[in-house]
Design a binder for this molecule. Sequence first.
Ligand SMILES: Cc1ncc(COP(=O)(O)O)c(C=O)c1O
Length: 478
Amino acid sequence: MDPQPLYLRLANHYRRAIQSGVLAPQQRMPSVRALVRTHRVSLSTALQACRQLEDDGLIEARPRSGYFVLPARKRSMPPVPEPDIRQTLGAAQYVGIHDRVSDFVAKCEAHPVSANFALAAATPDAYPAEALRQAMSRALRREPEVLVSRVPAQGHPALRAVLARRALENGINAVPDDVIVTHGCIEALNLALRAVARPGDTIAVESPTYFGLLQILESLGMRALEIPTSPQHGLSIEALDLAFQTHGNIRAVVTVPNFQNPLGCVMPDAEKARLVALCERQQVPLIEDDTYGALTDDDVPLAAAKSWDRTGNVIYCASMHKTLAPGMRLGWLLGGRWKARIAMLKFAQSRPNEPLAQIAVADFMGTRAYDRHLARLRRTLKAQREQTAEAIAAHFPAGTRLSLPRGGMLLWVELPHGRDGADVFEAALRQGIRVAPGAMFSNGPRYDHFLRISCGERHTPEAALALKTLGRIVEGRP
Ligand SMILES: Cc1ncc(COP(=O)(O)O)c(C=O)c1O
């Protein structure tokens, strides 16, 4: 027997017609009475089918005229649901993500790729390659001995000065001496965690969270306590507060308040202030990862949680990897109260970053050209995100849910009917399409029926076709 209720079968029948274009945008759907007659169903079944299509964002009701097919542009998907913040948190776990990530990377490398939706960075042509090349040449002309000279320990003074000045836009008051330049945000996070915690300690993280953070925790022998996180508003302060009461041994909190990876959510300012105050009250350091903050759709800069920090309890980590130059591997941090210890750890771990890239980036970031680049990148990512979301709405089966961030490049997609993200990942790879399976973003099985779809690549006709194929794979019709 078909397990699907009759109204869903009827809705799916018309959904396929809409998605294939047999029923064109703006075209009138058969009336409810016509559905009753044609398909020999009851009035309530026909009505339920229409409401399902309406809920799925495929058709709209017009007063006294019936239902009409929505243009793909206007179709929307229901949002990813809110987590249950009263869910029991369980014990903090030693992280076991390493094998899963290695398996993912090995499988990706074993298949040629024609459409890459797995990478959390934009395509090279979205970054200012020529301007950076010229800045590099200028730096070598002005400082011909730069490659054979000693490098200041915390990073090049010119870059530290520019970063302190730029941080004002995010509400942060820092002096250049506070800034430590790192090898990407990943080194900043490593140093921050090592400064405040030891092997065996419990670290509160968002759930779902960036798999790179889980890898760091695993490599440092620390335990992750996953805190429910809203796809709209970020880390739940209530759930974190509860975790402080029930798990007395939380040694640090790591959060991505702006365009969280993978959810894409932004924590409202009032919540950022509450989070900083809560961690301060609990005397637990807050490690803020602001990798994506500059990628907001409107050109109004987002506040960092660090801007509410009055006691140095927040360690702020950021990166130029997504915003300016993936190839330069530059990041930075403000160590707050732990500045001296972090400076020592950086020196012990990797010594200062090489200077040429720092001088070139300082040169570029000190001019209006950087603002123009950011404005362009934001517009590009917004357009690509919208096109990708529209394609998902048009081609993925009913029951799919989607986050719709206001910036960044990531979409978090819940698959319908418990469809397994790892199965979809593997079937997609066989067709040359890469996506990131939800299982990579947690230590447990909570997100096995999710995918993270990145919109960093150009939305070419090939990419559009790949999303259509992906929709068929999700539906089980590869
Ligand atoms: C939230 C988050 N933090 C840190 C990183 C790593 O940053 P970087 O490449 O600058 O080391 C990433 C990269 O994907 C990220 O998504």
